[in-house]
Design a protein around this ligand. Sequence first.
Ligand code: SF4
Length: 295
Amino acid sequence: MEIELAASAGFCFGVKRAVNLAVRAAAEHPGKPIFTLGPIIHNPQVVADLERRGIHRADDPVKILAGVVIIRSHGITRQTLEALETRPEITIIDATCPFVRRAQEIVGQMAAEGYRVIIVGEDNHPEVVGLLSYGGPNRTLAVSSADDLPAELTERGNRRGGDNVALLAQTTQSFDTFRAVANRLLPHKGETRCFNTICDATSQRQNESLAIAGRSDCMIVIGGYASANTTRLEELCRGVLPNTHHIETAADLDPSWYAGARRIGVTAGASTPGWLIEAVMVTLQTGGNSKGKSG
Ligand code: SF4
């Protein structure tokens, strides 16, 4: 039986950087309370590991009295960052992914130059909430599809449609959706500037996983059950190979899934740590069933 692990499985650059910064913060600030604003990552095993190292999750910065605050890879709102910066009792470690930071800077710069800013993304996603905060009030908008665009920006000859528009995307958006929104903006009278802020980490992982699912008899997708990107990865792979299974740890493997399989494919979401992937690989390679053991 052959087992093929996707090279792109697991932590992306931004998540790896954020987790490393958190672990380093615990080592460099012994005895100080350390918090991440929101879960640093959607993986319960990693969150539990960070808890053991004294790194706790806090959802409301106002309730943090003192200590070290780690900003996760999605970034936070400008207002929250500025409020934290006024508090000398708090040390800020900014683990905002540099790709997200670049998108925040584009929003700020374009808004300052008078552009209406359109962000292709989910308006309640923390990254988009952060991006919106860098734009001007009432001049910055998130849309999930071209249908959400205001009519004056899509109708040719609309007299209210002369605004200049800057278009960018949540880093994990699909390129097809971004292009569809850009196309719909073209007829409007003003200038349209498009900034492709999509990060390739997600599409690379999806494309590689789909290719592996296509040549496998069983596909294992590792990641937190609450992780949106892992769930999406499983859905995509299942479309190619119905014998696809989403697991959190090696303990969730069921040997009946791959009994008689000639080839097993393995991939993992962006928030899945290497040690969990390794444990699954070892269990599969030894043909074992780790049910009942901890992952
Ligand atoms: S998916 Fe891309 S933009 Fe998002 S944290 Fe990872 S590397 Fe950064």
